[in-house]
Design a protein around this ligand. Sequence first.
Ligand SMILES: [Zn+2]
Length: 56
Amino acid sequence: MGKKDENEIAQNCAGCKKALNPATRYYRNNAYFCNLNCYKKKIKADAAKAAEAAAA
Ligand SMILES: [Zn+2]
């Protein structure tokens, strides 16, 4: 004990970065999300970023 086990603890939402509840987390695209809503938000954000990068 005392040493942080990242494999066990590093489970934050890839969308909002909040700590996830292992029982209700939503797995998609190699990442964990709070729920489908956060996943959709992330997709939107990524799409906007990609569009920005393409326009730049
Ligand atoms: Zn989230």
